[in-house]
Write a protein that binds this ligand. Structure first.
Ligand SMILES: C[S@@+](CC[C@H](N)C(=O)[O-])C[C@H]1O[C@@H](n2cnc3c(N)ncnc32)[C@H](O)[C@@H]1O
Length: 342
């Protein structure tokens, strides 16, 4: 990222796990910045590199968030009511994308000193472990600087806590450790379903879109002799692999990078697919967005050639993710017609 500071060109490394492009225009700001002025800079595409106390930066981020919420509410009231659910969905997505773009323009400096990554601002928290967790090897030399969006940094710090503490999965009786950007099993109903549904056989299961590997772990615990989890995202496959090792099931469960199905046939296939139609605004949202409903359509279409005789297939629907109670939602394990008859 390059910018001009009192007539001098400065450049620094730009960090973005969500693959946002580096801003082209940057101004230096501190505690004197107001939410209105920040929104003004953001509307011109100008990012604001924070120089003051870190708590001031967090406060301005919240103030901008509140201001945008009020603006969004006013716009919603003034405009004519959208005619269809699809239009409402589109409008809400646009509002969220705009809000996220504005908030992403408050930037925080990072520097490497004595092998430790820190924020060179007053009252900054320790960030070294969390930064390395999310961004890996930064490729910084001693005293090199980098810049990250405060909004993303807040997400990184909380994701790191989830990783360190783990997410409790009651039906497994253990904790699963989600990597940064991997879908977390914070709801239990759909996992409980896989933990309690009758199993047709015990030889081989596929866990499509494995994420943290939670379904594979449940199936391994239930005595399935071999489970193959697949995911398009490398970070999900790395995460599932680490969880299998931590849980001592690496000899039973394996995660592979793969588009939907691995080769071969299984007697049980489970999948909790991304459930929102449309493209993800950032790569971190890819676990929940399914552009063109590609996965929702390809999954059932590919089942006949990947199921063995008398197999069962599971799909957890959006209802199960958003309503309470899988029994009343639409999670199901279903016996499909024999392969070839679909
Ligand atoms: C809603 S998450 C479910 C994760 C995990 N199974 C769970 O229930 O916690 C959907 C997962 O599907 C993965 N995914 C999306 N498209 C895929 C594809 N074409 N092939 C394999 N996995 C895919 C995403 O990366 C994401 O990890």
């Amino acid at each position: 990222m390059t910018w001009e500071e009192r007539g001098v060109q400065s450049s620094t490394k730009w960090l973005s796990a969500s693959e946002r492009p580096a801003p082209k225009h940057v101004v230096l700001v501190d505690d004197r910045l107001t939410a209105d002025r920040a929104i003004g800079f953001a509307s011109q595409g100008t990012a604001m590199l924070w120089q003051g106390d870190i708590h001031g930066a967090k406060q301005i981020l919240s103030a901008i968030g509140r201001r945008l919420t009020r603006q969004g509410a006013k716009t919603g009231k003034r405009g004519a009511a959208p005619a269809t659910a699809a239009e409402q969905f589109y409008r809400i997505r646009q509002m969220h994308a705009q809000r996220s773009r504005v908030l992403s323009l408050i930037l925080i400096p990072l520097e490497l000193q004595g092998g430790v990554v820190s924020i060179p601002l007053p009252r900054a928290p320790e960030v070294d472990a969390a930064i390395r967790f999310a961004y890996g090897d930064l490729g910084l030399g001693e005293q090199d600087r980098a810049v990250v969006s405060l909004q993303e940094l807040v997400g990184v710090l909380s994701a790191h806590q989830w990783y360190v503490n783990g997410v409790d999965v009651p039906s497994l009786g253990v904790r699963i450790h989600p990597h940064y950007g991997t879908f977390m099993p914070t709801r239990h109903e759909y996992v409980d379903l896989v933990a309690s549904a009758p199993l047709p056989a015990h030889d081989l299961a596929f866990d499509i879109g494995t994420g943290t590997g939670v379904f594979s772990a449940v199936l391994a615990k239930r005595g399935i002799r071999r489970v193959i989890g697949t995911d398009l995202q490398k970070r999900a496959v790395d995460c599932a692999t680490e969880n299998f090792e931590l849980l001592g099931i690496a000899d039973v469960a394996e995660a592979r990078i793969c588009d939907i199905f691995p080769e071969g046939k299984a007697s049980l296939i489970v999948c909790n697919p991304p459930w929102l139609p449309g493209s993800a605004a950032t790569s971190l949202d890819a676990a929940i967005y399914d552009p063109g409903s590609q996965m929702l359509l390809s999954y059932p279409a590919g089942l006949p050639s990947h199921l063995s005789e008398g197999a069962r297939v599971g799909l957890s629907s959006p209802t199960s993710q958003n309503s309470s109670g899988c029994g009343r939602g639409r999670c199901c394990l279903t016996r499909l017609p024999a392969p070839g008859s679909m």
